[in-house]
Design a protein around this ligand. Structure first.
Ligand SMILES: Nc1ncnc2c1ncn2[C@@H]1O[C@H](COP(=O)(O)OP(=O)(O)OP(=O)(O)O)[C@@H](O)[C@H]1O
Length: 357
């Protein structure tokens, strides 16, 4: 694995960073054909995350968006240590997360909880809600035994489920209610950070709004920090204070939500917004939607991974990976915005480089 080359302005300058990701890289071994194995050809890898830099601020909701396969879930799972990173760093409360083990890792896993798209698959179908919550609270010694019953009722009330829900089995609930159980189970551990991976994408639109509003309310009440991984830009816009845009395993733009939707900088972000059917026309990018297919993560283009689909690509994009550099309201990884670089002028095209206000 080649060493990360991207430079980045660390958020040590940004107050209240709760999670600091730098240079995070994750690959998966790709399947290999019998022929290539017999020929002794090296095994190829899926480049799921490449040199990812990201700072998460205390109390914010950070939306993470990008096309399918761009690495959003891998990032979420690597952050909670469901996957081990190949290289790079994740810092939380002064500790290096990628090497935590034993009791320290268990404590981290309590503080940083992930909620999945389908809580049903992670709920034991034979355990009532009370048994599920009692187990979590008991195993992690969150309350003395005599207080567990009251805490279960408190958790149910927090997520808007009636007290009698405690005696029911998972199959007796609707999809939205099951998500509430998943949230209650996560909250039982009193986390500081919730990572919601496609939390509502399997739910009906009306139920989506209820669960999203619950998340907003809980964040307010409990001061949670939330990473909201989603396809739906409308929801991300509604929920997030800032948004990180990923493309082929890299973070290509981070900005506060208003800036990102009003003035997207990275050509990929511009194309993504232009293609979003859920955004009202005034908030869509006037740039054309992205053309062409997403390249294979087995063979990521050199330089800027987006250059093969970018309407503004020029020579430097093929040879040099753009660093994630500060731009007003956020950061962008694109040579067009590198104040130190030169950008070719094209007839009829407004010059975008070196103009970061
Ligand atoms: N366990 C795995 N083994 C092999 N490849 C994987 C594994 N998990 C993810 N990948 C690959 O890594 C890349 C990133 O996948 P990931 O699921 O993180 O993207 P995503 O943006 O979350 O996509 P989606 O929105 O469809 O969930 C994809 O090419 C995917 O096929």
């Amino acid at each position: 694995m080649s060493a990360p080359t991207q430079t980045h302005t660390p958020s040590s300058t940004v107050p209240d960073t709760v999670l600091e990701v730098s240079g995070l890289t994750k690959t998966f071994p790709a399947g290999q054909s019998l022929l290539s194995r017999l020929r002794g050809q090296p095994r190829t890898v899926v480049q799921a995350l490449t040199d990812v830099h990201l700072s998460v601020r205390r109390g914010e909701t950070l939306g993470i968006v990008g096309e399918s396969g761009c690495g959003k879930s891998t990032l979420a799972r690597t952050l909670v240590r469901l996957y081990d990173a190949d290289s790079g760093s994740v810092r939380y409360g002064g500790a290096e997360v990628t090497t935590l083990a034993g009791a320290d890792l268990r404590a981290y896993n309590r503080s940083v909880q992930m909620i999945f798209q389908d809580p049903y698959s992670s709920l034991n179908p034979r355990m009532t809600v009370e048994q599920v919550l009692r187990e979590v609270l008991g195993v992690h010694k969150m309350r003395p035994p005599e207080q567990i019953g009251a805490r279960i009722q408190e958790l149910l009330s927090l997520v808007g489920l009636p007290p009698e829900a405690s005696g029911r089995l998972p199959h007796e609930f609707s999809g939205g209610q099951r998500q509430r159980i998943g949230i209650a189970r996560a909250l039982a551990l009193e986390p500081e950070i919730l990572i919601a991976d496609e939390l509502v994408s399997a739910l009906d639109v009306s139920v989506q709004a209820q669960v999203v509003n619950l998340l907003l309310e809980l964040q307010d009440r409990l001061g949670l920090t939330v990473l909201f991984v989603a396809h739906d830009l409308r929801l991300v816009r509604h929920l997030s204070h800032r948004v990180a845009v990923m493309y082929l395993g890299r973070v290509v733009e981070v900005a506060d939500t208003a800036t990102l939707f009003a003035a997207p900088r990275h050509p990929y972000t511009q194309g993504l917004l232009a293609a979003a059917p859920t955004l009202e026309p005034g908030t869509r990018s006037s740039e054309p939607a992205i053309s062409g297919e997403l390249p294979s993560p087995l063979n990521v283009p050199s330089g800027c991974a987006f250059r093969t689909r970018c309407p503004h690509a020029f020579d430097r994009c093929a040879t040099e990976r753009p660093a994630l550099l500060p731009a007003s309201g956020g950061e962008v990884a694109c040579h067009l915005y590198d104040p130190a670089g030169s950008v070719p002028e094209r007839p009829g095209q407004e010059r975008q480089g070196t103009v970061i206000p």
